[in-house]
Ligand binder design. Sequence first.
Ligand code: GUN
Ligand code: ZN
Length: 441
Amino acid sequence: MTHLKLFRSAFLDFIDDPFYESEENSVRYIPDGLLVIESGMIKDFDHYDYLKDQYQGLKITHYPDLLIVPGFVDTHIHFPQTEMIASYGKQLLEWLNQYTFPTERKFSCKEYAQKIAAFFLDELLKNGTTTALVFATVFAGSVEAFFEEAYRRNLRMISGKVMMDRHTPAYLKDTPETAYEETKRLIQTWHQKGRLLYAITPRFAITSSPEQLKLAGKLLTEFPDVYLQTHLSENLKEVEIVAELFPEAPNYLGVYDQMGLVGERSIFAHSIHLTDEEFQRLSQAKSAIAFCPTSNLFLGSGLFKLHQAKSKIHPVSVGLGSDIGAGTSFSLLQTANEAYKVAQLQSQSLSPFQALFLATLGGAKALKLEDKIGNFGIGKEADFIVLDYQATPLMALRNQQIYPSQTLSEIAEKIFTAIILGDDRAIRATYIMGEVAYSQP
Ligand code: GUN
Ligand code: ZN
């Protein structure tokens, strides 16, 4: 049994959705637990006292006074936009033209894409994000660079080549046919290679012709287990232009629906200005939304109606997205912080457990990966993080009480302070398949 890896600490994960179930029925908190990993997978997980005899004599990595939670899942992010984070002063369409497109042009060079992909993955791990749904650029080489780097690190990542054939500078344009052929080749090479998965990625309805969207739909029928990611209803001007470009469609989501792009593995970023019918259609199709609060505030896009998405009658699966480079932080703690404020501005409250759920099991469910990641279920992949809610002097002052907390309300308060005050400094270490992938110096 020497090949086993054992971790002892306080643990918290979710076994159900705290938007629909009580905290008692959805949160699993073990003040002194033992996590047993074999070949990167969770073999056992329970109270330390229950398991200790069974694993006697084995080396244990002990994190007293810290909290182990599942790795964060970022459901919307652009790796090539890492270097243009914090670009001043514009709303979506001007921001795309002024900053985004010129930046993405640089990724025609594969070596450059490799350099940024490595930086990007370092940054994700430093922030505790272990899985992400990632936009590359229109250049197939940028997708290859990303997948190669993620494969080398044994990460569970989803990405795809951006399809864009109109209303965009010539240097970023593909055609319906080249997008189809290159996407097909990339799916055949990368989908299900190691832990990697492919997402068909039309940028949004403005930058793809109807012919290109139709071919994206054809690819989805040819490869039914790949994902579809795109942007939906982020900005009012964007919604207006889409209505002009697609006068036949009943609404923005209808454009994608008519092309066969609205299904169980479809993830729509933003989805701020949706009609009730669009919410209902997403619910019926079992599609998911990536809620990107830092980006939505930064670009002045609007307030996502989380409470409507999480309605009991027409529930839509929701995950958090950092949406780098329109988003302002790689940290899903900071993203959850802004999600809380977006809810507050609509007189809603997002509880600490609901927020942490969105960053973990909720994200895994949005990506239909809850059988593989998202909590400490036996048989799942052991991607997890070690959280320190006394990471800074201010956090230590706020959380003076010594560990471990015993009750759910005590732990909820600590998690809330980690969300509001924490960021990468609160991530003591990040583990991928039971191996250290990042740890604080
Ligand atoms: N809509 C189309 N492309 C983009 C993008 O790169 N970022 C954001 N936030 N919205 C988009
Ligand atoms: Zn985006």
